[in-house]
Design a binder for this molecule. Structure first.
Ligand code: SAM
Ligand code: SF4
Length: 343
């Protein structure tokens, strides 16, 4: 493998920027560092999942090299996700290495985690330069939490959330809105986040990968949730944009920001600024399409020049928009699970 780069190297001056065929500047890379997870959330995974063989995965060194090439070409924000990123052994080394770029090309390194191992990792994440984490939490009721995750322990996750806050990390809670499972709880979850000083993003279920659960039955449009929240809270539109499908509100005039991520009932693809790297080295250009390029093969066969060419191909084929619809056709819109692409 001929791959010359290290975190100490200056950014190459010859690195071309990242503009896709629709004129959108790509500044945000999400990386799924593993497709494995210690939970089995019903809307995300099947109870018995087949995970990739370890031999198919990018080495942490290769993930770092690809990420650094994206930074050299203009990516300013990286999110580590999965699967559960904190179940990958040695993920701390990747965090340390990418964290060294914060303030040197990279504006922000973040992570999305289920929180089960956050208590153990939070101080190191902060020391490496991470300042914000998203923690997925779909219920504050221990029994409902266990049901949704199939075997998760709410107390363990809350321990992780508070450890993250104690370590100096800003926490955003991600909650998938699920009809009949947590819909009645959503106002209480927002009140809790406001009280604890966390932000909250509510997410519509997306038809990604086969699961036992019926996503049509569980689908809860956020338009409906928003009406219920407005009865209890004063929600004021906030101009903040992330380049993704989220819209934001401030809650009761306070610091808490509520985000609504509605890929099904709202489409913000025109401003899309992101691409996603899977743990086996495929670069997906859109969560809702199968178009991808194989960066692992490019890197292993041709080094950085071939990696650049593969990234350029990706920019040319990035779709204009996704086309998610719930309840259309027999199966999920996209066969791969969110845990493969990195949520
Ligand atoms: N394991 C980590 C976690 O749960 O935060 C990171 C990976 S998880 C795939 C990232 C986010 O995707 C989580 O907030 C999860 O709730 C969300 N997610 C997973 N499958 C989804 C689906 N089918 N529709 C909508 N959101 C989904
Ligand atoms: Fe695991 Fe996250 Fe998927 Fe839940 S949402 S099964 S924690 S990857």
């Amino acid at each position: 493998m001929a791959v010359p780069t290290s975190p100490a190297e200056p950014h190459p001056v010859d690195a071309p920027g990242l503009i896709d065929a629709h004129g959108r500047a790509i500044g945000y890379l999400r990386i799924s560092v593993t497709d494995r997870c210690d939970l089995r959330c019903r809307y995300c995974m099947a109870e018995r999942m087949t995970f990739l063989p370890r031999s198919a995965l990018l080495a942490l060194e290769e993930i770092a090299i690809i990420a650094e090439r994206f930074i050299a070409r203009g990516v300013t924000k990286i999110r580590l996700s999965g699967g559960e990123p904190l179940v990958r052994r040695d993920v701390g080394e990747l965090v340390d290495r990418l964290g060294a770029h914060v303030g040197h090309g990279l504006d922000e390194l973040t992570m999305t985690t289920n929180g089960t191992r956050l208590a153990e990792h939070a101080p190191r994440l902060h020391a490496a330069g991470i300042r914000r984490v998203n923690v997925s939490l779909d219920s504050l009721d221990p029994a409902a939490f266990r049901h949704i995750t199939r075997h998760g322990d709410l107390a363990q996750v809350l321990g992780g959330v508070f450890a993250a806050r104690d370590a100096g990390l800003r926490v955003k809670i991600n909650t998938v809105a699920l009809r009949g499972l947590n819909e009645h709880e959503l106002p209480d979850i927002l009140a809790w986040t406001a009280r604890e000083g966390f932000d909250l993003s509510l997410i519509e279920t997306m038809p990604l990968g086969a699961v036992e659960e019926d996503r049509v039955d569980r689908f809860l449009p956020l338009t409906e949730v928003f009406r219920a929240l407005s009865d209890r809270f004063t929600l004021t539109r906030d101009a903040h944009r992330s380049g993704g499908p989220a819209r934001y509100w401030s809650v009761d005039g306070g610091a808490t920001r509520l985000g609504l991520i509605s890929p099904l009932t709202a489409n913000f693809c025109d401003g899309c600024n992101r691409v996603r790297l899977t743990t086996e080295g495929k670069l997906y250009l859109c969560l809702g399409h199968d178009d991808q390029v194989d960066l692992k093969a490019a890197l292993r066969d041709g080094g950085v020049a071939a990696l650049d060419a593969a990234i350029d191909l990706g920019l040319r084929i990035k779709p204009a928009r996704h086309d998610f619809r719930i309840g259309v056709g027999d199966g999920p819109a996209v066969a791969r699970h969110m845990s493969v692409t990195g949520g």
